[in-house]
Design a protein around this ligand. Structure first.
Ligand SMILES: *Cc1c(COP(=O)(O)O)cnc(C)c1O
Length: 378
């Protein structure tokens, strides 16, 4: 009975548009009861009815039905083979770098998320792994940096916080030719705008905390693999490190995903309007916007302007993180990129006059009015 329901609904959903897939997930409703909201299986362990008989669930560190629904939903949305839901984006990335063996080399984007930089520099470098950071929008430079020990390309696109856009298909082609892995951090655009596996990537990783959950109320991480072979690595990592996402948090992310399309459309529309307005403001020197999505960065004329912008916003919140319903303004220098060496930050342009905005889903006029009044305080 359970299997029949599963296969029927799964078949039908494969043909749906993305906007419908986000609503209906993998199983969608509970196969046993028909509950439209997928249940939160708040259990540590599962009863075996008899010797050698299992429901397929043993212990929630290994498998949990609510987490599995989220994992399968993400595999469907990214067009991958299998999904994994971790306790944070950091936990997910730890497992991506957990693929490395002693002596391996990785090429990464130069303006990478600060936490990812720490994973490489503070943990894996001590295990004799080597890392090269460069502008991965320059595919020729990426290919030139490949060595015999190179095992993986790790790209964030658009980058954080400079919004540089890399060519995933071109990087995938290089990775295939050199028989190395391509991992893409897809946090900034979400599968609504970008599906790296369909462009040839091997691994997609997300901070599920951001657009996937979308409500600034959960910390979560997602990995989707292109192959079953890679999935085995992540299954083993989750089982061994014990970093799977809890059932309630899995449910909250699933619930967030139902409105992913709606939210991304609104984030995108609002961000365009805000970017356009900012680019004409006399105190704004430069606006960085990737052309889609809800993230933008800007450089203003003085530290004084930054101080007012961060302190005098009323509706907009001065807080780190991104991708939620609320517009957040962040100061990368001290909040997200403090781990990056100052000379690297300076070269990238992350200076004391640089701020990042995660444009929320409020009315765009209110966001602009709030920025206007804070900028005019100076
Ligand atoms: C936030 C973020 C992470 C880390 O995710 P957490 O959920 O905070 O652990 C990784 N990559 C990017 C691009 C992020 O924005």
């Amino acid at each position: 009975m359970v299997n029949e329901c599963y296969y029927n609904t799964y078949d039908r959903k494969e043909r749906l548009h993305f906007d419908s897939k986000v609503v209906h997930g993998a199983l969608g409703c509970d196969p046993m009861t028909g509950a439209v909201s997928f249940p939160i299986f708040q259990t540590a362990t599962f009863r075996h009815r008899a010797f050698d008989i299992s429901t397929g669930y043993d212990y929630s560190r290994l498998q949990n039905p609510t987490r599995q629904e989220l994992e399968r939903t993400m595999a469907i949305l990214e067009g991958g083979m299998e999904g994994f839901a971790f306790s944070s984006g950091q936990a997910a990335n730890m497992c991506v770098f957990g693929l490395l063996k002693k002596g391996d080399h990785v090429i990464l984007s130069d303006d990478i998320y600060g936490g990812t930089y720490r994973i490489c520099q503070d943990i894996f470098r001590n295990m004799d792994c080597e890392f090269t950071y460069l502008d991965m929008t320059d595919t020729a430079r990426v290919e030139a940096a490949i060595r015999p020990a190179t095992r993986m390309l790790f790209v964030e696109t658009p980058t954080n916080p400079m919004m540089k856009v890399a060519d995933i298909a071109a990087l995938a082609e290089i990775a295939k030719r050199h028989e190395i892995l391509l991992a893409v951090d897809n946090t900034f655009l979400s599968p609504y705008f970008q599906r790296p596996i369909q462009q040839g990537a091997d691994i997609v990783v997300h901070s599920g905390t951001k657009y996937l959950c979308g409500h600034n109320d959960v910390i979560a991480g997602i990995v989707v693999t292109a192959s079953r072979e890679l999935a085995e690595h992540f299954r083993m990592q989750m089982k061994t490190r014990g970093n799977g996402l809890a059932p309630l948090d899995s449910w909250l992310v699933l619930r967030g995903i139902k409105t992913l399309s709606l939210r991304m459309e609104r984030h995108d529309g609002n961000a365009r309007k805000v970017a356009e307005w900012l680019s004409t403001h006399p105190k704004v020197k430069k606006v960085y916007y990737a052309g889609q999505g809800g993230m933008l960065s800007l450089e203003v004329d003085s530290v004084d302007t930054v101080r007012h912008l961060l302190s005098d916003v009323r509706m907009i919140l001065f807080a780190e993180s991104l991708g939620g319903t609320e517009t957040l303004i962040t100061y990368p220098l001290t909040q997200t990129h403090e781990s990056i060496p100052s000379e690297v930050r300076e070269r990238l342009g992350i200076n004391e006059r640089f701020v990042r905005i995660s444009v929320g889903i409020e009315n765009a006029e209110d966001i602009i009015a709030d920025l206007a009044q804070a900028l005019n305080m100076v």
